[in-house]
Ligand binder design. Sequence first.
Ligand code: GLU
Length: 307
Amino acid sequence: MRGRLAPSPSGDLHLGHAWSFLLAWWQARALGGEIVLRLEDVDTERCVPGSEASILDDLTWLGLDWDGPVVRQSDRAHLYQSALETLRAADLLYPCVCTRKELANAAHAPHADEHEQGAYPGTCRGLFTDREQALVASGKPAAWRVTVPSGRLAFEDGCAGSWSEDLSHTCGDFPVTRKDGQVAYQLAVVVDDAEMGITHVLRGSDLRSSTLRQKLLQDNLGLPHPAWFHVPLVVDAEGQRLAKRDPCLALRALRDKGWKATEVIDWVAASAGQKGTPGRSAKEWIRDFDPAELPPGDVSAPVIQGH
Ligand code: GLU
C-alpha cells in the first residue's frame, strides 16, 4: 500500500491541507503502508518562491514524514512527454486553438445546451495534424486535447460510494497540455501516480470531479487504477473551501499565534470523528485511526480569535 501527499507549492499550507494530509498519512500508516511526498510544480506561473521550503517545514512541524526523496514534477517532463507520445500514437489527441474567450462565447450561443455548460464542444476535433501545423493554419498556439468517449464512466469512491458521469457532457474533450506545451495537471498526476506505485489516493472532495478524467487517461495509457478516497472539505464561515489566500487559517499564521501542532492534530482528529486521547502527536494517533468515522459532509474551520 502506498499513498501520497501532493501539495502544490503555490502558497502556504492551511488548515484544509493539514486535514487532508493528516488523513492521507494516517490512512497509509494505519495500513502499514508507505507515503511519498510529491511537489506538484508543473504550473510554474502559480508557483511561489519559498513556498516549497515552507511546506516541508509545516509538514515536519505537524509530525508527518514520508518515504524516499521528495519528488518534484518539474524534474519529470520526460515521463509526461513519453505519455503524450503514447496517446498521440493511439490517435487519441488533437491540437486545439480555441481561446478561453471563444469557449465562453460558445457556451452562451444558441444550442449551447447540447452540451452542459462548460463542456468543450469539440470545435477543433479533426482540424489539425499537429501543434505546428495548427499554429501555421490558425495563427494561434495549440494545446493537445484528449478525445472523450460518450457514455457514462464510473468509479468507486472509498468515501462517497459509486460515482458516475458522462464526461462528454460534463467536460468534453479536455486538455492534456497547455498552449505552451507544458503538461496539464490531469496527465501529470496520472503519470506520476502510476510511476510512483501509488495504490491509495486520498484527497479533498473538490478533486472528485477530476477522477474520471484521470481514470480515462489511465485506461488510455494502460495504467492501473489506484483506490480513490475523496474526503470532505474544510470550509470557512460562508461554506467556501479554504483557499491559500485565507491568511489567518495558514498553518504559519496559527504557529505565529502560538498554536501547537497537537492543537491542529486534535482539531483534525475531532472533526474527523476520531476517538482518542487529545494532546497526542500525529504518530500516536495512527493506531486509533478509523476512516469509517469520517463525517459525510464538509467540516467548518475553527473561528480563530482576533479575526
Ligand atoms: N496538487 C493538488 C492540489 O494541491 C492535489 C492533486 C491531487 O491530489 O491529485 O490541489
